[in-house]
Write a protein that binds this ligand. Structure first.
Ligand SMILES: C[S@@+](CC[C@H](N)C(=O)[O-])C[C@H]1O[C@@H](n2cnc3c(N)ncnc32)[C@H](O)[C@@H]1O
Length: 212
């Protein structure tokens, strides 16, 4: 158990310390095999709360983008709830192989949030991103492209680490997009501890925006 704890902490240091997209991709590619069992040590509260918000706003019979799907854990929650048109994107092909193997996704593609997405405008009814807006992962500049690929009226549910939200330029960008009339905030969770036992110091939020 101690070795597993060290392995998890090494993996977390590696992904949070990634220096660029290639480095982050390599870190997740090498983590993919043991990711699901490793994150059991962190607990799944972040996914449970996020899935609650997804279920509150996104109907199962809609076309939904899972942005930063990883190994597809959220897809595995949503499929038994009747969601049958999920598309996964992630920068790590190895993580996506595990997502594909779950048979929860209509399609999976390697794409990088923060770069142009290879989807047409208004391609999706709704979108969610869990555990992706955090230190060294998807930049705040990714919001514009996600807004472009979600149809007007569609919901975007995402978690965000609270320190990153407040100090990493995300809040400014999110507010500016609202002032510009690109989206409006519909709901937000209170600040909560996503990993209350493993990392009681970390805080997160879940936001729900509606694209205009
Ligand atoms: C902490 S994992 C969360 C995975 C999944 N959403 C879940 O809840 O289990 C973060 C995922 O985001 C992906 N990711 C990080 N930055 C990204 C970016 N800029 N573009 C696309 N995917 C990214 C990683 O490859 C990884 O699979």
């Amino acid at each position: 158990m101690e070795d597993r704890g060290k392995s998890l902490s090494h993996r977390l240091d590696r992904v949070y310390g990634a220096t660029d997209v290639g480095d982050l991709e390599a870190a997740y590619d090498t983590w993919a095999e043991s990711y699901d069992s490793d994150v059991n040590q962190l607990g799944h509260l972040i996914r449970t709360v996020s899935t609650g918000y997804i279920g509150r706003y996104i109907p199962p019979d809609s076309k939904v983008l899972d942005a930063g799907a990883g190994t597809g854990l959220i897809g595995s929650y949503l499929k038994p709830m009747g969601y049958h048109d999920l598309t996964a994107i992630d920068l790590s092909s190895e993580m996506l192989k595990h997502a594909e193997a779950r048979n929860c996704y209509h399609a999976t593609y390697r794409m990088v949030l923060g770069e142009a997405l290879d989807f047409g405008t208004d391609s999706f009814d709704h979108c969610y991103a869990v555990g992706v807006f955090t230190e060294g992962h998807a930049p705040a500049s990714a919001f514009e492209e996600l807004i472009r690929v979600i149809r007007p009226g569609g919901y975007f549910v995402f978690s965000i680490r609270d320190d990153v939200y407040r100090e990493g330029g995300y809040r400014l960008r999110m507010d500016r997009l609202e002032q510009q009339g690109s989206w409006k905030v519909i709901d937000q969770s209170p600040v909560f501890q996503p990993y209350p036992e493993a990392h009681p110091d970390v805080r997160s939020r879940v936001f729900v925006y509606q694209v205009i």
